[in-house]
Design a protein around this ligand. Sequence first.
Ligand SMILES: [Zn+2]
Length: 231
Amino acid sequence: MTDGPAGVLAAGRCRRCSAELTAWERSRCGCGGPLGASQAETLYAVACSLAGPVHVRDLVRLALHDHQHAIAEASAKVAVASDRRFCWSGAGVYALYRHGPLPGPRNLEHVSRVVLTTAGGPLTVNALDYCLKALGYRYNPASLRNAVRQSRRIAPLPDGRWWHPVGEEAERTLIREVPVVPRQGHREWAGVRDALAVRVATALSEREARLRPVAEPERFGLDWGGQVSLW
Ligand SMILES: [Zn+2]
């Protein structure tokens, strides 16, 4: 093996494919094929060969095609849901961190909590929706609204935005309830959090730039130049 004992660079990237690995993937990237004969290892190797999120049924199909490993869809679902190397990306859809979604969350409420924690302030559901789509999540917008409303950790503000506790204590609670990093992985959490904060800030400023032309009144022929009175 030429890529070092663990096949991992100090910066957390795979030596072979240079994908960014999470703390959950540090033992070895699956780009060189399954590490063992378990269903999870085969499914992980399949996910490593892909460019983005896919439905579990496609992971199963490719496990058979690429590795001659027959896996029932029901047991594949259990395997990926319980293995944090896989990032939930929508109903029955999974990806890896290198594809955009986050390790840990297994539903929209979890993802919303992680994003609101790193966003630097409360967000409207529409802004949150934009960030989640930018991260690669796919879902029905109504389910995001329900997830935020039903969360015990997310609270509405009078201005229509949604708030999640921030700060050290809140982050400790968050990663205990939504295992973005393994237990005791506070250093890794800081890395994921800071990288996510940049991605969220980028998505929000992109959204703002897109909305700006819509907000300009002349776009709708409403620039009356002060000559027309409403009366
Ligand atoms: Zn790799």
